[in-house]
Design a protein around this ligand. Structure first.
Ligand code: DX5
Ligand code: ZN
Length: 233
């Protein structure tokens, strides 16, 4: 994975048909997504339950782009090796998931995978300052984690801008997650985000039988983000 700040669209399979993940993933990749975002929820750190390492292992062969695993679990450390073995390219833990984020990031990096740090809306971005050298990606939640289809928290835009300034030229991706669609994508791109996670806005109105709608949704998000950066679509 070479680092670039170009806008990347990462559909969240939380909004896909759980009974057909393989074909859903192939469909969004065929339709032009850049990464595949995988939301792991434990029913403890967040009030919802999704899936774990076995499901990640099962879908890995269907992912040819980047497997971006978002861990909404606490504790995290006991599961890092299992998600690495399952084939994650990026393993993102929440800063709020435990008392030792520095140790958690070290453990992720020790598996050879990219290390990500996610921040809930209530957490000031300055909390990442002592961790920047251990981080390849910082995910700014733009909803309270746990569900797809929620409204975008506009108050997080100032946090994204502050984070962008903190990061400077370091090769660290700024990911935003929650409520991203063609209306909010320009706002987060202009604020400094380069990885745009989108669940409901990508999968809405499409299916594995009619994947063209996925493509149209992905393009609409990418074009509106690039337009905000005055870049060609
Ligand atoms: C929420 C997850 C998100 C979610 C985004 O906790 O981390 O990735 O699936 O879904 P939308 O884009 O529908 O808000
Ligand atoms: Zn997520």
């Amino acid at each position: 994975m070479t680092f670039s700040r170009s806008i990347k669209i990462a559909p969240s399979i939380l909004s896909a048909d759980f009974a057909d993940f393989g074909r859903e993933i192939e469909a969004i990749e065929d339709q032009g997504c850049d990464w595949v975002h995988v939301d792991v929820m434990d029913g403890h750190f967040v009030p919802n339950l999704t899936f774990g390492p076995p499901l990640c292992k099962a879908i890995r062969p269907h992912i040819t782009t980047v497997m971006d695993v978002h861990l909404m679990i606490a504790p995290v450390d006991p599961y890092i090796d299992a998600f690495a073995e399952a084939g994650a390219d990026i393993i993102t833990a929440h800063l709020e998931a435990g008392p030792h984020p520095h140790r958690t990031l070290q453990a992720i990096r020790a598996t050879g995978k990219k290390a990500g740090l996610a921040l809930n809306p209530g957490t000031p971005v300055e909390a990442v300052i002592p961790l920047l050298d251990l981080t390849d990606l910082i995910c700014v939640m733009t909803v309270n984690p746990g569900f797809g289809g929620q409204s975008f928290i506009a108050g997080q835009l100032v946090q994204i801008r502050r984070l962008k300034a903190l990061i400077g030229d370091r090769p660290i991706h700024i990911e935003v997650d929650g409520g991203v669609d063609p209306a909010t994508a320009p706002l987060v791109a202009e604020a400094g985000a380069d990885v745009l996670v989108a669940g409901s806005a990508v999968f809405r109105g499409g299916s594995v039988e009619a994947p063209e709608k996925y493509g149209a949704n992905i393009r609409a998000i990418r074009e509106s983000a690039n337009a905000a950066l005055h870049l060609a679509a």
